[in-house]
Design a protein around this ligand. Structure first.
Ligand SMILES: N[C@@H](CCC(=O)N[C@@H](CS)C(=O)NCC(=O)O)C(=O)O
Length: 341
C-alpha cells in the first residue's frame, strides 16, 4: 500500500477519534460555564414573551427559553442575567458579545441569518404582521383595503416597515406610514389617535391590547401580510452552542409530543419504555453527550419551564392567541421536532 494512503488512513482515524463522542465546548458555552450565568438578551416589555411580572421578574415564552437553557447548562433556571433590549439595540448587543444569545421576538430572515454575524437555530414562535384600528374612530374599517390612503403607525428597525411598503405596492394601495422609534412611542402615538392604524406582529398587537382597559374599542383586521418566524439568535461560528440552542427547541417540543410534562418528567424518565422518551430524558442514548452536556439536560429544562405547550399555555394563551401555526405538526401546526437518536 502506498505510504500516502497509509498516512491518510491514520489521519482519518485520528480525526474520528477526536470528534466522535463528546462535543467540544465552543466559545459561548465555555464563557457561560466560566461565568456561571447565561446572559440573555430579551424584550424590554412584551407581555407573554418577555416582560417583568408582578414581582419584577422577567416572564414569558422567550424568557422560558433562556431559563430552559440555563437549567440545562448550569443546573438552574435562575442563573440567567436578562438584558432588556429595544428593536434597534438587539443586533449590536449580540454582535458585541454583550449577550450570549438573543431571545426576543426577532424574525428569521436571510439578511439576519447570513450578513450580520449571527444565525438562527430554529423557530420559537410563528407569527405574521397584522393591523389594528380604533373602531370608534374608524367604524367603517373592516379589512385592509378599507385603509387605503390612511395613516399607519409603524416602528423603525423592524421587518414591519418594509412589509407595509411591499404590500401596498403589490395590492395597489396607498398607506401613509408614520414611523417611530421604539414600541412604546409607536403604541402611544396610535392610541392617542396620531394614525388610523397600527401595524406590527400579531403577537405584538395582542400583547398591547391585553393591557388596554379600552381594548373593546379596537379591531384587529383579518389580513396577515407577512411571515414572521420568530426565533432566538446566536453569534456565527459557534457550532456547539448552536446545537444546544437548536436541540433545546426540539426537546421542549418533543416533550409536548410525547406527553412529557413539568409534573411527570421524573416519573417518565424512571418508568417509560418509549424509546423517544428514554432518549429525551437521558434514560438511554447519548443526546446530552453529543451536545457537550450531561444526560439530564432536557429533564432539568422541562422541570424548569414545562414542555413547549405548557409554556405556550402559561404565557401566550392569556393574550387570546390560539395555537394556530404554533401547534405541533400532528395537531395541524408547523412545530416539528427532529427525531432524537
Ligand atoms: N418581528 C419583527 C418585528 C418586531 C417588532 O416590531 N417588535 C416590536 C413590538 S411587537 C418591538 O419589539 N418593539 C420594541 C422596541 O423597539 O423596543 C422584527 O423582528 O423586526
Amino acid at each position: 500500500m502506498p505510504i500516502t494512503k497509509n498516512i491518510a488512513r491514520s489521519l482519518a482515524a485520528l480525526t474520528l477519534g477526536v470528534t466522535a463522542g463528546t462535543a467540544l465546548a465552543g466559545p459561548t458555552l465555555d464563557a457561560i460555564n466560566k461565568r456561571g450565568t447565561l446572559v440573555c438578551g430579551v424584550h424590554t416589555g412584551l407581555t407573554g414573551f418577555s416582560a417583568p411580572d408582578r414581582n419584577g421578574k422577567y416572564a414569558g415564552i422567550d424568557v422560558d427559553y433562556c431559563k430552559a437553557l440555563a437549567a440545562a447548562i448550569l443546573g438552574s433556571p435562575d442563573k440567567v442575567k436578562y438584558v432588556p433590549l429595544t428593536a434597534q439595540q438587539r443586533f449590536t448587543a449580540l454582535q458585541s458579545g454583550e449577550i450570549d444569545l438573543l431571545s426576543r421576538n426577532t424574525t428569521w430572515n436571510s439578511k439576519r441569518d447570513t450578513t450580520m454575524g449571527s444565525v438562527f437555530p430554529g423557530v420559537w414562535f410563528f407569527d405574521g404582521q397584522a393591523f389594528v384600528v380604533n373602531s370608534k374612530k374608524n367604524p367603517k374599517v373592516r379589512k385592509l383595503a378599507d385603509l387605503n390612503k390612511a395613516s399607519v403607525c409603524v416602528e423603525t428597525g423592524t421587518t414591519t416597515e418594509r412589509n407595509l411598503a411591499d404590500y401596498a405596492r403589490a395590492n395597489k394601495l396607498t398607506f401613509k406610514p408614520v414611523v417611530f422609534e421604539g414600541q412604546e412611542a409607536t403604541e402611544k402615538a396610535f392610541q392617542s389617535g396620531r394614525c388610523d392604524a397600527y401595524t406590527t406582529d400579531s403577537s405584538g398587537i395582542a400583547a398591547m391590547l391585553v393591557n388596554l382597559p379600552s381594548r373593546a374599542d379596537y379591531t384587529v383586521l383579518p389580513e396577515i401580510i407577512s411571515k414572521e418566524p420568530l426565533g432566538p439568535m446566536l453569534r456565527r461560528n459557534d457550532q456547539e452552542f448552536f446545537a444546544i440552542m437548536r436541540w433545546m427547541i426540539f426537546a421542549l417540543q418533543q416533550a409536548e409530543e410525547s406527553g412529557v410534562t413539568q409534573a411527570n418528567v421524573l416519573q417518565m424518565k424512571a418508568e417509560s419504555k418509549d424509546p423517544t422518551i428514554q432518549r429525551l430524558t437521558g434514560a438511554s442514548g447519548e443526546v446530552g453527550k453529543g451536545l457537550g452536556l450531561d444526560a439530564d439536560w432536557a429533564v432539568r429544562a422541562i422541570q424548569a419551564v414545562g414542555n413547549y405547550g405548557e409554556s405556550y399555555d402559561r404565557n401566550i394563551k392569556p393574550l387570546g392567541l390560539t395555537r394556530g401555526m404554533n401547534a405541533l405538526w400532528n395537531k395541524g401546526g408547523l412545530m416539528y421536532p427532529m427525531p432524537l437518536d
